[in-house]
Design a protein around this ligand. Sequence first.
Ligand SMILES: Cc1ncc(COP(=O)(O)O)c(C=O)c1O
Length: 464
Amino acid sequence: MTQDPTDGAPELLGFDDATRLSADAVAEVYRDHHFGGLNRVAALLGANIDVASAKGPWLSLSDGSRIFDAHLSNGAVAFGHNHPRMLEAARNALDYGGVGLPGPVPSRVVAGFCRDLTRIAPEGMSRAILYNSGAEAIEGALVATCLAQGRRDLFVGFEGGFHGKTAGARSMGGIANEKRGFPGWASTEVLPYADLDAASSFLAREGRRVAAVVVEPIQSNGGVRLPPAGYLSGLAEACRRAGALLVVDEVSTGLGRTGLLFECQRDGVVPDLLCLAKSLSGGLVPVGAVLVGDRLAKVMASATTASHFATTFSGAALSAAVGLEVVRMLSQEDLPGRAERLGHRLEEGLRAVQSRHPRLVREVRGRGLLWGIELADPAGLPGRFLPRGFGDFLTSRFGGSVAIAMQRYTVQHHRALLAATASDRRVVRVFPPLVSEPEEIDQLVQSIEASLADGLTAWVKNLT
Ligand SMILES: Cc1ncc(COP(=O)(O)O)c(C=O)c1O
């Protein structure tokens, strides 16, 4: 019988003993008692690292080394790890002595959060529905559009779109891997992304059946795809003409990451519904929200509708308290402006890297502090850049994804944790914290450059 690495630990661990588990014990427990695939995913990505502590962009490992975290749980930890203001907000909430989970009882903390959130919202978005995650916010938006739109039963999503893993959110997405094996919750039309003509003509033709169009202003999981200027406003106009509601998913882009508080503001769009999550709590506690604009205000104001939206944890004081601090910090510290300034530096760095490695890097694209590096298709590389058997190596070790190979090589050899996209095997994303220092952005760029400068032969030789 193999030895259980948690042998010798008390029958029930509790928090203190759990934090003292060895890295091996954690791996085994993940394998045997957690949904095991995640452990294998961590190993594949090189993310099975033993983090002793985390501060700002830095993960300090048990061996004393540190890694720049440009993954941040896909951008959720937007203000870096263990940000003092987030921690203080959480502590204050725990010490407050009011009701932690008020249910139907009005809560001052929740009231404050809804007020402040709607203050920073795009003009006219006057109500907030609170949730616990991005996918849940999308579900809430779909429910709201169903209530408002009566018999209209068709929903429009986009190729490459990602909205979460719950059934409704998955239906709205357009990433094949995410949809395979799922019958789809609603009748959904998935249109090409960033193609205004295609969307406008579909809405002109079928618009009377369409309840809502769900769109990301920049697709993150879809490979950091940016639509041309005017796309979102054109789509909003086509929705308006068709009587369809526009749901903008800013779970990834929202709250400063792209250099604006909300990316939809770049095109001057006020959506009918706006979904937020991730950085709304700096990734510290579960949170999600749907902001609702004028067109739905009446539906949302009715007491009978409330029962469709209330969920057990949607009024949790802890989430609302941390959210309140996030909203204040974004504004007091002008974090969108900071993201924009740092974003210029990151862009400059990444473009220089591309120009020095034009064979390996096909394109860099992004905005603010959300960037994607599109690697070349290895099959198309000239022989001297391509080690023999690289295709087989990629297929057998990384499911054919050169992006995953780069993510793993960079964390193992150059001390930065990047974020390969699930949908595009060639795109690696970087999400530095909005509070990074300029020199830290330079360090991140140096790590990326070093991985590319080592070249694919080194990847094959040195990837453990
Ligand atoms: C654009 C977008 N929408 C929705 C979601 C789902 O959020 P969550 O993982 O909190 O359910 C994500 C998560 O990556 C996302 O990027």
